[in-house]
Design a protein around this ligand. Structure first.
Ligand SMILES: C[S@@+](CC[C@H](N)C(=O)[O-])C[C@H]1O[C@@H](n2cnc3c(N)ncnc32)[C@H](O)[C@@H]1O
Length: 219
């Protein structure tokens, strides 16, 4: 139900008041030299020189190899997985999801019955660690968004993509404006790229700046 009129005004005022109070808390933490907000390490120019800007993630995935062996870490209802199936026509698609009850059966049942989709239930970093090295052409990572979780996923997934393969991340950010929560994706991705000489190849925009990024080992 859409709230209108004075109730809407009051709800907006309340939210704005809480935002101001939150901003003040963050500022006082900063004055006390307590780091609350995540920061990324800065990427050196050589790791972004080849990066192409893309309109959105729906367009970006069209640039990834098709008819390929792919994975999605974190699938939720499976709407994006279905888009990937239709658009990228993978020959194998592995889904790693800790809570498979979230998946809408209609999104994956056709892929499963055609032997293209395999669903792995459980923690993504543990499960993907059990896949053969160099198995995937690309892996879309959109599971745990906290820094430690993303880091675990990257370290587990990186050896599993072939030479020249891609790791792709949703929500390449340090902060989630809609849930007002920490997002460790950008920090973990930049750290991994700098420490392992991987480069950004695509940066795909999202309208609230929950952008996607695709990375690849530098040649
Ligand atoms: C943001 S949703 C994924 C959305 C989906 N990729 C899309 O674009 O529509 C995040 C998903 O990651 C799953 N998840 C969170 N932590 C996980 C973990 N450690 N292992 C596997 N899945 C995880 C959650 O259950 C949730 O379904």
């Amino acid at each position: 139900m859409k709230v209108v009129g004075p109730t809407r005004q009051k709800m907006l005022r309340d939210a704005e008041e809480k935002r101001r109070a939150f901003g003040e808390s963050v500022r006082s933490l900063k004055q006390g030299k307590i780091q609350y907000l995540d920061r990324t390490r800065e990427l050196p120019q050589k790791l972004i020189d080849s990066c192409r800007l893309i309109q959105n993630r729906l367009e970006m995935v069209k640039l990834l190899p098709s008819n390929a062996v792919v994975a999605e870490i974190g699938t939720d209802e499976g709407n994006f997985a279905r888009y990937l199936l239709d658009t990228c026509t993978p020959k194998e698609m592995h889904i790693f999801e800790i809570d498979v009850s979230r998946i809408k059966p209609e999104n994956l049942e056709q892929g499963i019955s055609r032997g293209i989709v395999t669903v792995h239930e459980g923690d993504s970093s543990a499960l993907i660690g059990g896949m053969p090295d160099g198995y995937f052409d690309w892996i879309y990572i959109d599971g745990d968004h906290l820094y430690e979780g993303v880091k675990r996923d990257i370290l587990a997934a990186a050896p599993k993509v072939r030479d020249g393969g891609f790791l792709v991340f949703n929500d390449y950010a340090t902060w989630s404006p809609s849930s007002m929560s920490h997002c460790g994706v950008a920090r973990a991705v930049n750290e991994f790229c700098i420490d392992n000489d991987w480069e950004l190849v695509y940066l795909a925009f999202q309208t609230m700046m929950y952008n996607d990024v695709a990375i690849r080992r530098r040649r």
